[in-house]
Design a protein around this ligand. Structure first.
Ligand SMILES: [Zn+2]
Ligand SMILES: [Zn+2]
Length: 361
């Protein structure tokens, strides 16, 4: 995920249609997730979504529309999002991963893989370690490896279970993509998470919540996010109940992660867009000069997202440069020629397509 300097204030778009276009493609975040029932810890659910925050609220019955049937079963709510796998280049690859993870014992990604032939999982294999093993094998298999997927845990015990690698699977590089989100500034500010921006809340958080609400709502009507449309007010039902406390903390962690992720994408796009208005530009790698606004057709460009670096190159120049140095057909990472920092190839490409789709006509 790109991490972009947040110091510059977001540029307001003058064109409403443009803004809508931006929102629709920027919200193309896809992840697969594992839920565990907090009350019935042997109940799990694997799914995929463009918006883990909204999805978790649906599973817990807080949003009336869109809850999955299986997570409504009696006594299983609330659900906790154990971890998510993210970094998919598109919706299809996330759906493929979801399906393979749900049916790991018959997945061709696993059964065709020589490394895994000694691991006999069956339809009846259960438990957290088994679910983790499935995700672990998939992120490591050839098909998904090139996507450089990441795993974000929202609970320390899941993080440790992942690291334990109970089935001793030969995929050690999975550790480098594992992240743990457990730090919270304040457990009690759940109202912000649920879109009720009180006057007492810090201005910063309130502002970014409002800014990103269209993304978080994922194009759905605001009514759907309105807590009064809840079929059960789970997160405030009994805030002294330890189970509800866990659910509240979990929702806050998922929300914070998602908000930051979407915020980073938005900042990256805005930084890139801004750098194109300065007239004459030059590719960092081939040194060809061009004026983006005058070019027809417009080139696909690669922008550096690191702080204080405004490096621009042709996407194909960065591609040639990266595959040559890595000796691979598809690069996982590229290196910025100017600031020397690593760039995630998928993020650079997605941003490049985004810029061309919006400004390219
Ligand atoms: Zn070039
Ligand atoms: Zn750079």
């Amino acid at each position: 995920m790109p991490s972009v300097s947040k110091s510059s204030s977001p540029k307001k778009s003058q064109d409403k249609n443009n803004d809508n276009k931006k929102i629709s493609s920027l919200s193309e975040f896809y992840c697969c997730y594992l839920l565990r029932s907090i009350r019935k810890t042997q109940s799990f659910y694997i799914g995929s979504t463009p918006n883990p925050y909204r999805r978790l609220r649906q599973h817990n019955g807080e949003l009336t529309r869109g809850g999955a049937y299986r997570t409504k079963r009696q006594g299983t709510r609330p659900w906790e999002m154990c971890f998510i796998v993210y970094g998919f280049p598109n919706k299809n690859s996330a759906l493929q991963f979801e399906h393979a993870w749900q049916h790991i014992y018959e997945s061709r990604f696993i059964t065709n893989n020589d490394e895994y032939k000694n691991y006999k999982f069956t339809k009846s294999s259960r438990g957290l370690h088994f679910k983790i093993a499935g995700a672990r094998m998939l992120v490591h298999c050839d098909h998904f490896k090139i996507m450089n997927l990441k795993i974000r845990c929202f609970n320390k015990s899941f993080y440790e279970a992942w690291k334990t690698n109970k089935y001793k699977l030969p995929c050690n590089d999975a550790e480098n993509r594992l992240f743990l989100d457990i730090e919270l500034e304040n457990n009690d500010d759940l109202d912000i998470v649920r879109g009720k921006c009180g006057e007492t809340q810090s201005q910063n958080i309130t502002k970014s919540t409002q800014d990103l609400n269209p993304l978080i709502n994922d194009g759905k009507s605001p009514r759907e996010e309105d807590p009064s449309s809840s079929e059960n007010d789970l997160y405030v039902s009994d805030i002294n109940d330890p189970v509800i406390k866990i659910a509240r903390k979990n929702l806050k962690l998922v929300y914070t992660f998602y908000l930051n992720y979407v915020d980073d994408l938005k900042n990256y796009y805005e930084k890139s867009e801004k750098s194109l208005i300065y007239g004459e530009l030059s590719c960092e790698l081939c040194h060809t000069s061009f004026n983006y606004m005058d070019e027809k057709p417009k080139p696909k460009l690669a922008f550096c997202y690191h702080e204080n670096c405004n490096s621009i190159s042709h996407l194909h120049c960065l591609y040639k440069h990266s595959t040559k140095s890595a000796g691979k057909l598809v690069p996982i990472e590229a290196k910025c020629h100017r600031c020397d920092n690593v760039l995630e190839w998928i993020s650079v490409v997605k941003n490049s397509i985004e810029i061309k789709n919006i400004l390219g006509n």
